[in-house]
Design a protein around this ligand. Structure first.
Ligand SMILES: NC(=O)c1ccc[n+]([C@@H]2O[C@H](COP(=O)([O-])OP(=O)(O)OC[C@H]3O[C@@H](n4cnc5c(N)ncnc54)[C@H](OP(=O)(O)O)[C@@H]3O)[C@@H](O)[C@H]2O)c1
Ligand SMILES: *[C@@H]1O[C@H](CO)[C@@H](O)[C@H](O)[C@H]1NC(C)=O
Ligand SMILES: *[C@@H]1O[C@H](CO)[C@@H](O)[C@H](O)[C@H]1NC(C)=O
Ligand SMILES: *[C@@H]1O[C@H](CO)[C@@H](O)[C@H](O)[C@H]1NC(C)=O
Length: 378
């Protein structure tokens, strides 16, 4: 069993005077703000007005009852997704890239207390030992945790995979991973400083076959990929796979929402995980300042980060926000289904500007090609 804490706000009828502002108070504040918002919107123009009437016509405000607390009709978000193995993956994880030594352990501890049961890590983040120590100290039983790690680029050769996995397992202090991903569709020669192994890069099937063996050995429960575009997924899955990729972990955020990839993944029953969901540290402040995000945040009494992270899960992806700040870790776990017109408004805003990727190491690695080029094979 996973966390007892809800991923969404439940209508709250009691304890109005205890603790932080209750959902009820937040709703009242939100409604006041909504009225102000309406006046502003009418003044701003017809386009905004259309969006707002669609929102009002949706019945969003139709569920207010008295006396007591007006019950906002949020739709619940899925708190997990089923994978081909039958395992259920929690829909929100704590990401730990760039969570430094001396801070990542505390972040994991805070997250587990807040109800997270899913940690998204990687061998290359170089913090697996501290993550493992925090997991152990938490006392949360292993079977209630979802641990993801990733095979680094220098370990794609079949003979290097099991030792790399064993190193991760030892550091995390666990017998198995719930999910192991090929971190990038890029293989480097072992121990090299980013020297491309062209053969292993061009055809990841050998790497995949070894990962399938790791499943059969019980060292990992699910295997998947990361940073694979459609062409690369098709190339891998054209092989006679014993286990198809359970997950593709990719960059998804307001700036790079990848609607085609999302649509294709849904049609092909491949679950996506949204990395850098807030735009990563480079663009998080721009993400939180997006007018539509701010508008929805005011209307619903959510923080801008909660609006964006909720949108990701509502799109049908697993979301992996990273934070080492306790209040943000707690905040990022409280997600709600957005009323459909507001979801649509954000989806439209995200998909109506030219896409801009935050994470692309192709040049840094001097690959000589763009790892996200759909024209691959190069
Ligand atoms: N597979 C891959 O190649 C790959 C690549 C990138 C990322 N990832 C995964 O995805 C995870 C998340 O991606 P990311 O770290 O790039 O970016 P992100 O989660 O989009 O953004 C992290 C940044 O947002 C800040 N932040 C978090 N919550 C916030 C909130 N509620 N309000 C304001 N600021 C907030 C964090 O600050 P503080 O920490 O200071 O609070 C940090 O600077 C990674 O940790 C990793 O697990 C995977
Ligand atoms: C909330 O909305 C859903 C879907 O529109 C509807 O089925 C449900 O009855 C509503 N709940 C309340 C309390 O109005
Ligand atoms: C998965 O989610 C469903 C509803 O979405 C819930 O009934 C079930 O208890 C969840 N399972 C786990 C293991 O969290
Ligand atoms: C995947 O692409 C590589 C490189 O072009 C090619 O050698 C291989 O045969 C392809 N795999 C399949 C199954 O099509």
């Amino acid at each position: 069993m996973l966390s007892g804490l809800p991923f969404y706000y439940k209508p709250l009828a009691t304890d109005e005077n205890e603790g932080p502002p209750s959902p009820c108070k937040l709703r009242i504040i939100a409604i006041k703000k909504l009225l102000f918002q309406l006046l502003t919107i009418v003044a701003i123009g017809y386009a905004s007005y259309l969006g707002t009437s669609a929102f009002l016509n949706s019945g969003f405000m139709g569920h207010v009852h008295r006396p007591g607390c007006p019950h906002r009709n949020f739709t619940a978000l899925p708190n997990n997704y089923s994978l081909p193995s039958g395992d259920k993956i929690p829909s929100v994880a704590l990401g730990v890239w760039q969570a430094g030594k001396g801070e990542v352990g505390a972040a994991v501890t805070t997250a587990l207390k807040a109800g997270y049961r899913h940690i998204d890590g990687a061998w290359i983040y170089r913090n697996e030992e501290e993550v493992g120590q925090a997991l152990k100290a938490s006392g949360v039983p292993r079977d209630q945790l979802w641990l993801t790690s990733k095979l680094w680029n220098t370990f794609h050769a079949p003979e290097d995979i099991e030792p790399a996995l064993d190193d991760t397992l030892a550091k995390l202090n666990t017998e198995y991973l719930d999910l192991y991903l090929i971190h990038w569709p890029v293989a480097f020669k072992k121990d090299s400083d980013n020297v491309l192994d062209e053969e292993l890069t061009a055809n990841p099937y050998q790497t995949w076959k070894k990962l399938e063996e790791m499943v059969d050995k019980g060292k990992v429960r699910n295997i998947g990929i990361s940073n694979f575009n459609i062409a690369r997924v098709k190339n891998l899955t054209a092989n006679p796979l014993k286990y198809k990729p359970a997950i593709n972990q990719v960059e998804l955020n307001f700036w790079n929402p990848q609607p085609e990839l999302l649509q294709w993944a849904k049609e092909n029953d491949l679950l996506l995980e949204s990395y850098s969901p807030l735009g990563s540290n480079k663009q998080v402040s721009e993400s939180l300042a997006v007018p539509e995000v701010k508008k929805i945040s005011r209307m619903l009494g959510l923080t801008p980060a909660q609006v964006i992270l909720s949108w990701h899960v509502q799109r049908g992806t697993v979301v992996l926000p990273k934070s080492v700040t306790p209040s943000r870790i707690v905040e990022n776990f409280k997600l709600v289904g957005l009323p459909q017109p507001l979801f649509d408004m954000l989806e439209k805003a995200a998909t109506s500007h030219p896409p801009k990727r935050v994470v692309n190491p192709s040049e840094y690695w001097k690959l000589g090609f763009d790892v996200f080029d759909e024209e691959w094979p190069f």
